[in-house]
Write a protein that binds this ligand. Structure first.
Ligand SMILES: [Zn+2]
Length: 367
């Protein structure tokens, strides 16, 4: 990796870094650093702190106008496109409420195209989908996308800027890793679906690693059929669906529920907020769900060597995070986990913009 790339990537991660520290990390002399910073002068701000004695320390940060990023999140409720400057400040945004008739490859492609077309001046684009991504091809049960190819369908190559396609949970993990400064991050996306992403930041030595975990389809027992074809998936015993079933309709089955999810939105809202008005009842309803999640999460923490989990998603709440933390740690001596509730509303947009900036630095600016 070129030194210029390392410098920019490091400042993006740290936001503000002392020049001396960066020289040590990249192992260059002060004079080489002067030369490199001059090459990057359109991208980096250098501030001097008020001197106490001798030479004032210099701090480096990315300048506001270094680049503009278009970040788009595509979820079941809305498509949101945000234009950020290089300091991560929101310049403009556009939102489209996703309707039932939008749910198909063509439908999503149309509204996504319209959303992107509202913007014309940016240096890099990133799109995050609620779904799974393999080689830039998107599959999503909740968006009714099958083998959707955004690169071809949106003609992203013709935009003339670098692009990235990731999943929403990857975007959240990237955002959490930067925000907390942690090198290992585990995000659980909880709702009617259960997804997870494990993100490992490898500093400047290799590429960052995302590992999407099909958490909802890990085996958890029971005899209920899942839409994926398996029986006994975690989603059939531990997703929001289970709560709706217990609370509202004992005869409900998972596949029907997923196919007619919109009909249950009101009930979902009620059960997700039940802990605020009737905590005892909520505890009872969530008991089984929490037990299943706690065991799977505890085992996963041992497997990955993590001590913190961030809970996101429509079914998540501070209350659920607290219940899970308590339960996990009571199960086994080698489970020692803190469960945080991630309530940053634009975490997906922020995370995908971060990945799009990294892509821009690697593919264009310092190529
Ligand atoms: Zn399944």
């Amino acid at each position: 990796m070129k030194n210029e790339t390392k410098i920019l990537l490091h400042i993006v991660r740290e936001k503000r870094i002392r020049r001396k520290d960066l020289e040590a990390i990249i192992s260059v002399t002060p004079s080489t650093m002067t030369y490199l910073l001059d090459k990057l002068k359109n991208f980096i701000d250098i501030e001097e702190e008020v001197p106490t004695l001798g030479k004032p320390p210099q701090f480096l940060s990315i300048s506001k106008n270094a680049w503009k990023i278009l970040a788009v999140s595509v979820g079941r409720e809305k498509i949101r496109a945000v234009l950020y400057n290089a300091k991560g400040e929101e310049l403009e945004s556009f939102e489209h409420r996703v309707k039932k008739e939008d749910l198909s490859n063509d439908g999503i492609n149309n509204v996504l195209q319209q959303s992107i077309d509202k913007f014309y001046d940016y240096d890099s684009i990133g799109i995050a989908f609620s779904g799974t991504i393999h080689d830039e091809i998107v599959d999503s049960k909740i968006l009714s996308l099958r083998d959707y190819d955004p690169v071809r369908s949106l003609r992203l190559k013709s935009l003339g800027v670098p692009y990235i396609i990731i999943s929403d949970v990857e975007a959240i993990a990237a955002y959490e890793s930067k925000k907390t400064g942690k090198d290992k991050v585990f995000v659980l996306n909880y709702g009617t679906g259960i997804g997870a992403c494990y993100y490992e930041y490898h500093a400047l030595f290799s590429r960052d690693e995302f590992k999407n975990i099909p958490f909802g389809h890990m085996y958890a027992g029971g005899n209920e059929q899942c839409y994926c074809g398996n029986v006994g998936c975690l989603e059939t015993v531990a997703s929001d669906y289970v709560i709706v079933k217990k609370f509202y309709d004992k005869n409900l089955n998972f596949i029907d529920f997923i196919n007619r999810e919109e009909e249950y939105w009101k009930i979902l809202k009620v059960v997700r907020n039940l802990h605020k008005t009737d905590e005892a009842n909520a505890r009872e309803l969530y008991k089984e769900v929490i037990e299943h999640l706690a065991m799977t999460l505890g085992n996963t923490s041992v497997l990955l060597g993590i001590n913190e989990i961030t809970l996101y998603g429509e079914g998540a709440s501070k209350w659920l995070a607290e219940q899970l933390e308590e339960k996990i740690n009571s199960l086994a001596k080698n489970f020692s986990i803190s469960v945080k509730y991630g309530n940053t509303l634009d975490a997906v947009e922020r995370g995908v913009s971060l990945e799009a900036a990294i892509n821009l630095i690697k593919k264009k600016i310092t190529k």
